[in-house]
Design a binder for this molecule. Structure first.
Ligand code: TXA
Ligand code: MG
Length: 321
C-alpha cells in the first residue's frame, strides 16, 4: 500500500525522480507525474490502465505559468482563466512543442488547469515542471474523492499519496475548448455552465461520445461502478427490482420499504453542491454493499445538476463495457 501524508517535500522529490504521486485537488484526486518527462507520463497510462488515445490534463500553479506550455490563447480563454482559476475549469489550448505527444495523444492542443487546493498549489509552486494528472482511478471506474479511495485502487502501484482531505467539489473539472475562438464545452463538470456563461455569454455544449472523442471522459460508459446501475424513477424501479438486493442512490429523500443502510441520499436539503461532493463516494459505498444492483435517480438539471446527471447517465450506460 502507498504511504499517505502531507509531506510536500517528499512528493516533490518523488516527482523530480520521475515517480508518480497521488495528489488532492478540489475536484477529484489526481495521479500526477512530470508532464515534461515522457517516462513518467507513460507510467501514468500504465498504472491507470488507460488507453493512449485519451489525452491528459496538465496542472499549473497559476495563469502566469501557462505561456510556457500553450500559445495563441483566445481572449475568451484568458477571461475564463482570470475569472475561475484556480478552480474546476480545464482549458483546451494549442500546445507548445515542449509538451510531449504522449500527454496529448498526438493532438495539437493540451488541456490545462490550475487546481484550487492549497497543498497541491504549494507543490506546483515548488516544481519546475507542470503535473500531468488524470483522475487517480483505474480507467472507466468512479473517480476518487478521498486519499483512501486512491490507496484502495492504486496503492499497490504508487509510493505516496498527498492527503488533502475530502475533495470540496467532488466532480471533475469542466472542460472548455475553443473553435474559431469561441468557447465550446467538451465535458460538464465542477464549474456550471451558468457560471461560464456569466463571463463569456452563451456557449455551445459539444459533448463527445464516439470511440475516438475529443474528450474520452465523454465515452458513453464511464465513471462506472462495477455493479449494474439503473437510472429512473426510484419508486417504479423498486417495484420492478424489489427491495431486497438493491442499493439506492437518491437525491434528497430516503425511500420507504428499504433498509436505510442500503440507501444513500446525496443531499437531504436538495443542495446540488453537496450532492456533487457526495456523488462518487456514495457510488463507491453502494458498489461495495452486498447488493446486486444500484438504483439511482436524476437530480434537477440545473447548475452542477447537469454534471451530476451526466455522470449518472454514463455510469448507467452498458455500451462499450
Ligand atoms: O478535475 C479534473 O479535471 C481531474 C483532476 C485530477 O484535475 N482530472 C481529470 O483527468 O478528470 P482525466 O484524465 O480523468 O480526464 C481528462 C479529460 C479526458 O476526458 C480527456 O479526454 C480530456 O480531459 N482531454 C485532455 N486533453 C484534451 C484535449 N487536448 N482536447 C480535448 N479533451 C482533452
Ligand atoms: Mg477520469
Amino acid at each position: 500500500m502507498a504511504e499517505i501524508g502531507t509531506d510536500i517535500l517528499k512528493a516533490k522529490t518523488l516527482l523530480e525522480n520521475g515517480e508518480l504521486v497521488g495528489i488532492p485537488t478540489e475536484t477529484v484526486y489526481g495521479l500526477a507525474g512530470n508532464a515534461l518527462n515522457v517516462a513518467s507520463v507513460a507510467k501514468i497510462f500504465e498504472v491507470k490502465d488507460r488507453p493512449f488515445f485519451d489525452p491528459l490534463i496538465i496542472h499549473v500553479a497559476d495563469i502566469s505559468s501557462i505561456g510556457a506550455y500553450v500559445e495563441n490563447i483566445p481572449p475568451l480563454a484568458t477571461k475564463l482563466a482570470m475569472a475561475f482559476w484556480p478552480g474546476p475549469l480545464t482549458l483546451v489550448l494549442p500546445r507548445k512543442k515542449n509538451i510531449p505527444d504522449l500527454v496529448t495523444s498526438g493532438i495539437d492542443t493540451v488541456g490545462i488547469r490550475s487546481p484550487a487546493h492549497t497543498l497541491t498549489n504549494r507543490l506546483l509552486r515548488e516544481l519546475s515542471f507542470p503535473l500531468a494528472a488524470p483522475s487517480a482511478n483505474p480507467f472507466g471506474y468512479i473517480s476518487p474523492t478521498k486519499a483512501s479511495h486512491v490507496n484502495d485502487q492504486l496503492g499497490e502501484k504508487i509510493q505516496y499519496i498527498l492527503d488533502g482531505g475530502e475533495c470540496k467539489v467532488g466532480i471533475e473539472s469542466t472542460i472548455v475548448g475553443f473553435e474559431n475562438n469561441l468557447p465550446k464545452i467538451y465535458r460538464m463538470g465542477g464549474l456550471s455552465i451558468e457560471e461560464i456563461e456569466s463571463v463569456v455569454g452563451k456557449t455551445d455544449v459539444h459533448l463527445h461520445s464516439s470511440s475516438n472523442p475529443k474528450a474520452p471522459g465523454q465515452l458513453q460508459s464511464h465513471y462506472s461502478p462495477k455493479k449494474k446501475l439503473v437510472l429512473g424513477d426510484l419508486k417504479k424501479l423498486i417495484n420492478i427490482y424489489g427491495s431486497n438486493h438493491v442499493g439506492v442512490l437518491a437525491f434528497n429523500e430516503l425511500q420507504n420499504g428499504l433498509k436505510p443502510n442500503h440507501q444513500r441520499v446525496l443531499s437531504p436539503t436538495g443542495d446540488l453542491i453537496v450532492a456533487a461532493q457526495n456523488l462518487f463516494s456514495y457510488l463507491r459505498e453502494l458498489d461495495q454493499l452486498n447488493v446486486e444492483i444500484i438504483l439511482a435517480e436524476e437530480v434537477p438539471e440545473v447548475g452542477l445538476g447537469r454534471a451530476i446527471n451526466d455522470r449518472l447517465r454514463r455510469a448507467s450506460a452498458e455500451i462499450g463495457r
